[in-house]
Design a protein around this ligand. Structure first.
Ligand SMILES: NC(=O)c1ccc[n+]([C@@H]2O[C@H](COP(=O)([O-])OP(=O)(O)OC[C@H]3O[C@@H](n4cnc5c(N)ncnc54)[C@H](OP(=O)(O)O)[C@@H]3O)[C@@H](O)[C@H]2O)c1
Length: 279
């Protein structure tokens, strides 16, 4: 029986993967901030006969305290992790700062993956074939990291700019993670599912919400379809420690998005940021 931690595990693709793993007999800890979706996830687990293998852990992963609380809880309750799926998102149309004073999307969609991934590397290394599966958008969208202004203090804010900045950061995290844990068996997969019909439109205001929902109904994959290649990849990742995918197409880890020097730079910037919050 394998054990998976899934952030954003109560909706969309995180939930889909969680129910898939529960359905085949594995254990799942799903993390999210809302109680109602957490309860609904546990009820769905019950319908699969997996109530005793499912757990909901409530945490706000936009805050460093929430990220650290998840690491501490899982470290205290689990002896090993076979997989971690990162699938949180909450699109911010307007620039929003977290309780730590960070830009919301940077914190939720990138920093939580940095803190939890590194924080649980030891538990992952106790598994014979551990996988970190980071759902982001490699190879699909443009965007860049605003190195001197990751909080968008001077750079004019747009929700898509923040989302693509987080995605570029996750590309670099995928390159960097294996280098920080050179003796670990963890395989790091960064994955772009393209357009999938999920709760993605929920945070949008009208008319964008309605337009996105209609586009999703017309063009997006269903979660049940989208998770099939993801689960396959998690069960059988490539031999290399890091890989990037756009659905079933493997992307070369070359070019600016996967530049090892930029990965070093981002690692240092992120550590400084976390340290400054501690001070
Ligand atoms: N859907 C797409 O077309 C698409 C395309 C490319 C990439 N992706 C990526 O795929 C991943 C999954 O996307 P999705 O569309 O399946 O997501 P989704 O349906 O919108 O679900 C998001 C999940 O994140 C949780 N969450 C949101 N804010 C949180 C917070 N502050 N703390 C903890 N958990 C929080 C939500 O629960 P609560 O709200 O209750 O906290 C929910 O469980 C994301 O990383 C996304 O960027 C999606």
């Amino acid at each position: 029986m394998r054990t998976y931690l899934i952030t954003g595990g109560t909706d969309g693709m995180g939930r889909g993967l969680g129910l898939h793993f529960l359905g085949r007999g594995d254990r799942v800890v799903a993390v999210a901030s809302g109680e109602a979706k957490g309860r609904a996830f546990l009820e769905a687990a019950g319908r699969l006969g997996a109530a005793d293998r499912a757990r909901f852990l409530r945490a706000d992963l936009s805050t460093v305290a929430g990220m650290n609380a998840v690491v501490a809880d899982v470290a205290a309750t689990e002896t090993r992790l076979d997989g971690v799926v990162f699938a949180t998102q909450r699109f911010q149309e307007r620039r929003t700062l977290t309780a730590d004073g960070l830009e919301y999307t940077f914190a939720l969609s990138y920093l939580s993956r940095f803190v939890i991934g590194h924080g649980l590397a030891g538990l992952l290394s106790a598994s014979p074939a551990p996988v970190v599966f980071n759902l982001a958008a490699p190879g699909g969208f443009a965007g860049r990291i605003f190195w001197d202004d990751v909080r968008f203090e001077r750079e004019p804010y747009k929700g898509m700019k923040a989302a693509t900045q987080a995605s570029r950061a996750n590309d670099l995290l995928a390159v960097d993670f294996p280098r920080r844990h050179p003796d670990s068996p963890v395989k790091y997969v960064v994955y772009n599912p393209l357009f999938v019909k999920t709760a993605m439109a929920e945070p949008l205001k009208q008319p964008k919400k309605a337009v996105t929902s209609v586009l999703a109904a017309l063009f997006a994959q269903r979660v049940e379809q989208a998770i099939v290649p993801m689960a396959r990849l998690m069960d059988d990742p490539p031999a290399e420690r890091a890989s990037a995918w756009r659905r079933t197409t493997r992307l070369p880890l070359t070019g600016a998005d996967f530049d090892p020097e930029a990965a070093d730079r981002l690692h240092a910037l992120t550590e400084d940021l976390v340290a400054s919050l501690r001070a």
